[in-house]
Write a protein that binds this ligand. Structure first.
Ligand code: ARG
Length: 619
């Protein structure tokens, strides 16, 4: 899928284009087989980029790689792009870009869009994110589903694509009916109920509905005392009653009982109020318009199963309907013997809807890695029946982004001290408290940029720091990996953290602020000059930004953006150490360097924005 056009005057793509043409003309191969294999150089000594085409291509056409490299360079006109080009070792081509090329590319990058051009895509992208369950508190797993999904959505939107954010709420089926039935039995007032109450009712309903049939059989077999047997019998009867009540409630809910539907809507509203509040704290854009839960597909479940049966893909198995796969034993159950549908059935219907009704050529599911098998089964079934096909013949791509778990210091799933699952709210409150503490204590230094700020201002910055800490730590490593939740490390202003990036941004804001007086006398877009090695490094780093954004979209991997921004902040620090800016005596050079600072700030801010992290001006 084409992502976007390259930044205009991006030296790496001009270089690639020129070399590709030259390779084609020397080898006689079609241009699409002449990838020059451009990579950034690991060591500036070997230039800025390496072109590694010669080794593989020479082998293919039976010639010497050094000879091929030299022939290609003789044909390639790199004036204006490179100052120096040399062939090294077995046939590596080392390219030293010209300062002028870097300067003019930076000049083009320095625009509101930062060189990111919209893609020419006709189809939309669907991102399945958040995925909360009604009547249950959000926990740390939902943190990941929410913020990874939000970042991918923002990145696609930034690339100009239509994005459908789909919050596939668990709002239908027996667990919900169980909760509703339990609430009714308890005579709960749904008008004033909180999510905590609902959560308790949900858990109580599940416990109530759990019988101990096995325990009873065992107790009888081992001639347990009559008291114990009577106790188990009562428990079993209670459970049977609760289960029966839940099933009856579900039937009434499904048939549209007005009072029950109203109650159901109330518990959804109550849940979503808190979900939206938490999303808001996280800086995630999530509203009612994104909630298309399981219930949305309830009328489509029967027809979905019928379609599979009709296509010969859904077969009967002991009264149930399953889908079987040519390459594995495990079938997927899509209708139970009692006629009930499953989580998988809903996902089949939802997937078809996303491709064929919402017109998406990519559907990305940001869901816990433990659902890997589920999505493999669903995706394969959807492909087998042909529902990935769009009207214009495009075959939609279905992707599961399987994220790992958030662990406590003991490397086990994160729990509170009293052993409960951490609610997301509690976790964010703690992060904000830590962030605020950090910011407040720094502001007591009279030289700190935050010295003398009001309490409200410090609190706002502290909040931004706390949230950045949590989000960056979550998005910053390979999403499939588990990670240990360690607030001390995450909140630190040093190291590979969100606050470090915010601080780098605020520091540049400080530099630009100090230069403001002089800036009044310089032209609005001073000429950029890129000569010193540290200036070159910074320029090359900045120019990589549009490509990194495209990469994140293509690979569904926010950590690439995090890694890039961290490298950018470090490269900027190197530049600032080696190249005087405010103290630079040459006015033109000072103005050029200030512009490098401004572009660096812009890219940091933009990149943090894609991660949904705010960048305060002072810290
Ligand atoms: N509610 C589900 C859960 O908690 C997650 C939903 C994920 N999305 C989907 N299309 N299945 O496990």
């Amino acid at each position: 899928m084409p992502e976007t056009a390259a930044v205009s005057a991006d030296p790496a793509s001009s270089l690639a284009g020129t070399l590709r043409t030259a390779i084609a003309s020397v080898t006689g191969l079609p241009a699409e087989e002449c990838d020059p294999q451009i990579r950034p150089s690991a060591n500036p000594q070997f230039g800025d980029f390496q072109a590694n085409f010669a080794m593989s291509l020479a082998k293919r056409i039976g010639t010497n790689p050094r000879q091929l490299a030299n022939d290609v360079l003789a044909k390639a006109d790199l004036t204006g792009i490179a100052d120096k080009v040399e062939v090294a070792g077995p046939g590596f081509v080392n390219v030293h870009l010209s300062g002028a090329a870097l300067a003019s590319a930076l000049d083009a990058l320095d625009s509101p869009a930062l060189g990111i051009r919209p893609v020419a895509a006709v189809h939309a992208v669907t991102i399945d994110l958040c995925g909360v369950n009604v009547a249950k508190q959000m926990h740390v797993g939902h943190l990941r589903a929410t913020i990874i999904g939000d970042t991918l959505a923002r990145v696609h939107e930034r690339l100009g694509r239509k994005v459908w954010r789909e919050n596939h709420l668990g709002d239908w089926g027996l667990p919900i009916a169980m909760t509703l039935a339990a609430l009714r039995r308890a005579g709960a007032d749904l008008a004033s109920i909180t999510l905590d109450d609902l959560n308790r009712a949900y858990r109580a309903a599940q416990l109530e509905g759990r019988d101990d049939g096995a325990g009873l059989v065992a107790a009888r077999a081992f001639h347990a005392g009559p008291h114990r047997i009577a106790e188990l019998e009562a428990q079993n009867a209670g459970a049977a009653m609760a289960q029966e009540d839940a099933r009856a409630t579900l039937v009434r809910l499904q048939s549209g009982d007005a009072q029950l539907v109203a109650d159901w809507q109330r518990i959804i509203d109550c849940t979503m109020r808190e979900v939206f509040e938490t999303a808001d704290v996280l800086g995630v854009h999530l509203t009612d318009e994104h909630s298309r839960g399981e219930s949305f597909f309830r009328e489509k479940l029967g027809p979905t199963v019928e379609a599979f049966v009709k296509a010969g893909l859904g077969t009967e198995d002991d009264g149930a309907i399953v889908v079987r796969y040519p390459d594995r034993e495990r079938p997927m159950l899509i209708r139970k013997r009692d006629g009930g549908f499953l989580y998988a059935t809903t996902d089949l219907a939802a997937c078809r809807f996303r491709v064929q009704e919402l017109g998406s050529d990519r559907v990305v599911y940001v869901v816990d890695a433990r659902q890997r098998d589920h999505f493999k089964d669903v995706f394969d079934a959807v492909r087998m029946i042909g529902w990935t096909r769009l009207p214009d013949g495009t075959d939609a791509e279905l992707v599961h982004v399987p994220f790992g778990s958030v662990l406590g210091p003991d490397k086990k799933p994160l729990k509170t001290r009293s052993g409960e699952n951490f609610t997301l709210k509690a976790l964010l409150d703690e992060a904000i408290e830590r962030g605020t503490h950090e910011v407040r204590s720094r502001s007591t230094d009279p030289n700190a940029p935050t010295a003398g700020m009001s309490d409200a201002e410090l609190a706002a910055i502290g909040r931004a720091v706390g949230i950045a800490a949590v989000k960056y730590a979550d998005l910053g490593s390979d999403v499939t990996r588990d990670y240990v939740f360690d607030l001390d490390r995450m909140v630190s202003f040093e190291g590979d953290t969100g606050p470090y990036l915010q601080y780098a941004h605020a520091r540049i804001a400080g530099i630009l602020g100090k230069a403001l007086d002089a800036a009044a006398h310089s032209p609005p877009r001073p000429v950029i000059s890129v000569n010193e090695p540290a200036e070159r490094q910074l320029a090359l780093m900045l120019l990589r930004y549009p490509g990194v954004v495209r990469d994140v979209a293509q690979h569904n991997d926010p950590s690439r953006l995090c890694a890039y921004l961290h490298q950018l902040a470090t490269t900027f620090n190197g530049f600032y150490q080696q190249c005087p800016v405010l103290k630079c005596e040459d006015a033109a050079l000072r103005a050029s360097r200030l512009r490098l600072c401004a572009v660096s700030k812009h890219v940091l801010r933009d990149g943090l924005g894609l991660l949904g992290i705010t960048a305060p001006e002072r810290m």
